[in-house]
Design a protein around this ligand. Structure first.
Ligand code: 3PG
Length: 218
């Protein structure tokens, strides 16, 4: 049986994307880098990617990675309903937002695509719960209180699980992953934009494999 996140994504893509407990947050300036990046992530043991809609190349990059296969591809930094449409048309299996937007969540529902919006305060978490969402991005994690803030939110919201992202590096992983409320940790340190732009995919594989090993040890 194929137990990779890409295969598992056929069920619940958010659950599949967090299975490895790491979500690489990718900024691609050139869609031609998407396929080798997918291969580099897979070679590092992490066949998942959140491709951020921060560059004009994002939709083509999602399409290229999806066509490549073997990697569960989501769209990140999705701020508008129109971007949801673009992400879904490109093949994104899940949609990530930095904050909680009802318009984005509702458009995702219309498309039947999984959504992972951000929330960092009790008010935002309650608003997400009212929308029926229990797995939330926690962004920007480091400046929003880090592990201590997530632990504190876990008390009133025991059913909520977070994907902290933003300002997290490999040395922070263990502290976040030790929290029961943390489903996975997201970050860009495994996929440095300058290394990708330079075509240094070996660096991506190396950094990814290091992160995967740290998760295993955590
Ligand atoms: C995101 O969109 O999740 C963040 O920009 C990733 O944060 P990082 O670059 O600090 O890891």
């Amino acid at each position: 049986m194929d137990t990779t996140p890409a295969a598992a994504g056929a069920g619940d893509p958010i659950a599949a994307a967090t299975t490895a407990r790491l979500v690489p947050v990718v900024v691609l300036d050139d869609a031609a880098h998407a396929a080798p990046l997918a291969d580099a992530l897979a070679a590092g043991g992490l066949p998942v990617a959140e491709v951020t809609f921060r560059t004009p190349a994002a939709a083509d990059a999602v399409r290229a990675m999806t066509d490549r296969g073997g990697v569960l591809v989501g769209a990140g930094t999705v701020l508008t309903a129109r971007q949801v449409d673009e992400a879904v048309a490109a093949g994104a299996r899940f949609v990530v937002s930095p904050g909680l937007s009802r318009a984005v969540v509702e458009r995702c529902r219309e498309h039947g695509v999984a959504v992972l919006p951000g929330a960092v305060t009790a008010t935002e978490v309650q608003a997400a719960l009212e929308l029926g969402l229990e797995v939330l991005k926690f962004f920007p994690a480091a400046t929003s209180g880090g592990p201590a803030a997530i632990a504190a939110l876990g008390a009133p919201f025991p059913g909520v699980r977070f994907v902290p992202t933003g300002g997290i590096g490999p040395d922070d992983l263990a502290r976040y992953l030790a929290l029961p409320a943390v489903a996975a940790v997201g970050g860009s340190w495994m996929v440095p934009r300058d290394r990708i732009a330079a075509g240094d995919f070996a660096a991506v594989t190396r950094l990814t494999a290091d992160a995967v090993a740290r998760v295993a040890a955590a």
